[in-house]
Design a binder for this molecule. Structure first.
Ligand code: PMP
Length: 392
């Protein structure tokens, strides 16, 4: 295994080695995290609506833990399909105005499992170059051709769709909000192309579910495109503050997935207490409109403060606010300096993002106050000047 040490040294030299570090929640301050002894403003979490510490979710999970026990004990197709699953799936289908819904253990398994279940040799998947890794892995597993189109580039996608006109099945798949860029997919254009070429369309609402739409249904809903999308996927690990994922669509789609999606068939069902907690989170997501309003007002304030300071911020209108630094080492230093000033913010480097576009990915929460964000922006500006990312 000597090769491993050498490869790890190379990663470290390029400032690309990753480390696991402890972060503890602060129940009374949901916008913060504790690292070591230090309290940090948490600008690195996907708990967008500030629900992760919500007492109603915790109480549901606690009660269900006492009656249903720790684990589900088997796959959903064996004896792991406990009552909270059916209740959640019914509520999800109604919320998404879909015929049916299916819960997966997490977003990674949902994306990889669904794509592999739908596609195979002789098929083609058109996928935005910035789509999440779980989509990419699903395409690789499916053995379908991977037609990767330039980010949000309709002309390039059309070119590829013409090239693959004769393939058996075609699927266009996209993140609704791109996880490392925070910008929106051009869903209207994708719907047009899907109709023109007879393709299926799958949208990953991991970073838009709970945030867009009147009841948090997601970006497809907000744009009035819900009925044009064949496969809706979203996670419960971000806005919902819990864990797990869903797929919504036609009754046949769900029947197909129950029979073909390997992560659902060959993996143990989520603990029932967790599934019940997601149902409570869904009830909150639907009605707590103020959390969405607060999140957008916080995100816009923070984004405009960083733009005014002169940072290279990727355009968008979402709670993901990425500041491009470029070099890996400098990005890492930026993130360490932020931590020194009491801010948790993560340095995103290749291969997660393209070479030369390393960035600090700030993510906002409804739990943050304007004052916290204005103070944080001032500290970020100070560090930007110190590190030469900004010029005076
Ligand atoms: N899709 C996207 C766009 C994501 O950002 C993520 C998580 N980072 C996932 C899917 C995977 O979701 P989960 O964390 O629930 O596995």
């Amino acid at each position: 295994m000597n090769w491993m040490e050498k490869e790890l040294e190379l990663l470290a030299e390029d400032s690309l080695e990753r480390f696991l570090r402890d972060s503890a929640p602060v129940p009374e301050c949901p916008g913060y995290t504790v690292r070591g002894e230090r309290l940090l403003l948490n600008l690195a979490s996907n708990d967008y609506l500030g629900l992760a510490q919500h007492p109603a979710i915790i109480e549901t999970m606690r009660e269900m833990l006492l009656t249903e026990g720790g684990g589900s004990g088997a796959s959903r197709l064996v004896t792991g399909n406990r009552p909270p699953y059916g209740r959640l799936e019914e509520a999800l289908a109604t919320w998404q105005n879909s015929e049916a819904a299916l819960v997966f253990a997490n977003g990674y398994m949902a994306n990889s499992g669904v794509i592999r279940a739908l596609m195979g040799r002789g098929d083609v998947v058109f996928s935005d170059q910035f789509n999440h890794a779980s989509i990419v892995d699903g395409i690789v597993l499916s053995r379908a051709e991977h037609a990767r189109y330039r980010h949000n580039d309709k002309d390039h996608l059309k070119l590829l769709m013409n090239k693959h006109r004769d393939k058996r099945r075609k699927l266009i798949v996209t993140d609704a909000i791109f996880s490392m860029d925070g910008d929106q997919a051009r869903l209207r254009e994708l719907v047009e192309l899907k109709c023109e070429y007879g393709a299926m369309l799958m949208v990953d609402e991991a970073h838009s579910g709970g945030i867009y739409g009147e009841r948090g249904e997601g970006l497809c809903y907000e744009l009035g495109l819900h009925n044009e999308v064949d496969i809706h996927m979203g996670t419960f690990s971000k806005s919902f503050g819990v864990y797990g994922a869903y797929v919504c669509g036609s009754r046949n789609l769900i029947r197909w997935l129950i029979n073909k999606a390997r992560p659902l068939i060959y993996s143990t069902a989520l603990p029932p207490s967790l599934v019940a907690g997601v149902s409570t989170a869904l009830d909150l997501v639907k009605v707590d409109y103020w959390r969405r309003e607060r999140l957008f007002s916080a995100s816009r304030l923070f984004r405009s403060s960083l733009c005014e300071a002169g940072f290279n911020v990727i355009n968008g209108d979402s709670p993901i606010v990425p500041v491009i630094i470029g070099e890996n080492e400098k990005t890492l230093r930026f993130s360490h300096a932020l931590e020194g000033e009491g801010i948790a913010a993560v340095a995103i480097r290749p291969p997660t993002v393209p070479e030369g576009t390393a960035r600090i990915r700030f993510s906002l929460s409804a739990a943050h106050t304007d004052k916290e964000l204005i103070d944080a922006a001032a500290l970020i500006r100070k560090i930007g000047l110190q590190l030469g990312v900004l010029s005076a």
